[in-house]
Design a binder for this molecule. Structure first.
Ligand SMILES: *Cc1c(COP(=O)(O)O)cnc(C)c1O
Length: 369
């Protein structure tokens, strides 16, 4: 792997292939696979990731917002794309780009039918979202009759799938709650199917659902974090490969005396004669101020160097006292062995957040397999 001489986020498509095959091996052969590529494919590169998944024959893709789907269509991605959280203002854009909306309320259903009719659509595919306990987006069970009656009055749209989302699929303390969500989704789906007289696909599981709840796999699963190399558990993490490595370089080394301070607000004070390294990555790149004052760390020549003082917009300073290093040496913020999930935990957050925070200013470098 090439050595970094500036800040770069390397994306390893070989690791993506590995994770995709690993997750698929947990499914029945007939269960379809939807890859969630929202938020720039969890902070990596949604075009490169979507194209590679397409090459791996993924069945479906999903994004959160319409414009994320437009970006993929403009790049030539042809796989069906579910838009998980669309807004009515984008419904024409959605239809123009062959994106498929999640329909989560009566207002959204009525507006989408109107727009589909105005665009002279026939049986435009939509996905009906039910709330089974996350209480975030979705219809309730007692909306089924009303949805069915609205659907019976139009040919402009057709229900491709019914879905719901688990609230705590990674949490072993919530097994009963999760099993209850699965049962309740299945019962809503049965009721819905009997009202509309055809069989849309059913899907419910995210990555941790795939791993922990085989009875919830149904017709399709939706995986995000697992594809990017994290399984929300030590056992699964060991079998998945993080696809992203965030690397940088030492810009400058400083030798400081006892009681000298480092960075804005003089937030770090040297305890002795110390050595610091300045790295060209800051909160504008996604290393938020939460990682300052010793919470976060990087690796230099295999050794852990804590972030000292406050994180600046464009740089961090790390303590390299006792570490053999010089200007120009490579710095690892996270990679396959120094995992992003560990760095995230040290600041009280989760892998999802640190990955998606890496801003567009950081250059992406795609490594093919
Ligand atoms: C983001 C998202 C997923 C993916 O979840 P992971 O835990 O990353 O696998 C699946 N379904 C919905 C509705 C989502 O919003």
């Amino acid at each position: 792997m090439p050595k970094a001489n500036e800040t770069v986020l390397e994306i390893d498509l070989g690791a993506l292939t590995h994770n995709f095959n690993h997750l698929k091996s947990k499914l029945q052969p007939k269960t379809k696979f939807l890859a969630v590529v929202k938020a720039f494919a969890y902070g990596s590169d949604s075009i490169a990731i979507a194209k590679h998944l397409e090459y791996l024959n993924v069945d479906y893709l999903a994004v959160a917002y319409a414009k994320e789907g437009v970006l993929l269509r403009d790049a030539g991605v042809t796989t069906p794309i579910l838009v998980l959280h669309p807004q009515p203002i984008n419904f024409k854009l959605i239809i123009d780009h062959c994106l498929e909306p999640s329909i989560y309320s009566i207002r959204v259903l009525e507006t989408f039918i109107e727009v589909a009719k105005a665009q002279s659509q026939k049986e435009y595919p939509v996905h009906i979202k039910f709330n089974t306990g996350l209480n975030r987006l979705g219809f309730w069970e007692n909306d089924v009759a009303l949805i069915a009656s609205k659907l019976s009055k139009t040919k402009a749209i057709k229900v491709k799938s019914l879905f719901s989302h688990l609230a705590a699929s990674e949490d072993i303390n919530e097994i009963l709650f999760t099993k209850n969500q699965i049962v309740s989704f299945k019962s809503i789906a049965e009721k819905f199917k009997s009202k509309i007289g055809y069989n849309p696909w059913l899907h419910l599981c995210n990555t941790s659902g795939i791993i922990n709840y085989h009875e919830g796999h149904l017709d399709m699963v939706r995986s995000g974090i697992g594809l990017y190399g994290f399984g929300n558990s030590t056992i699964e993490d060991a079998q998945l490969k993080p696809i992203a490595s965030l690397k940088s370089v030492i810009s400058q080394i400083h030798q400081i005396e006892k009681n000298e301070t480092v960075g804005y607000n003089r937030a770090y004070k040297a305890k002795d004669f110390e050595k610091t390294a300045t790295i060209p990555i800051g909160h504008a790149d996604g290393i938020t101020r939460i990682y300052g004052k010793g919470k976060g760390f990087v690796f230099i020549n295999g050794q852990r160097a804590p972030i000292i003082g406050n994180v600046c917009m464009d740089m961090i300073m790390v303590n390299v006292t006792g570490i053999n290093c010089k200007e120009g040496d490579e710095v690892i913020i996270f990679n396959g062995s120094h995992k992003a999930s560990h760095l995230a935990e040290s600041a009280g957050t989760i892998s999802y957040e640190i990955l998606t925070a890496i801003s567009q200013r950081v250059q992406r470098r795609i490594l093919t397999d």
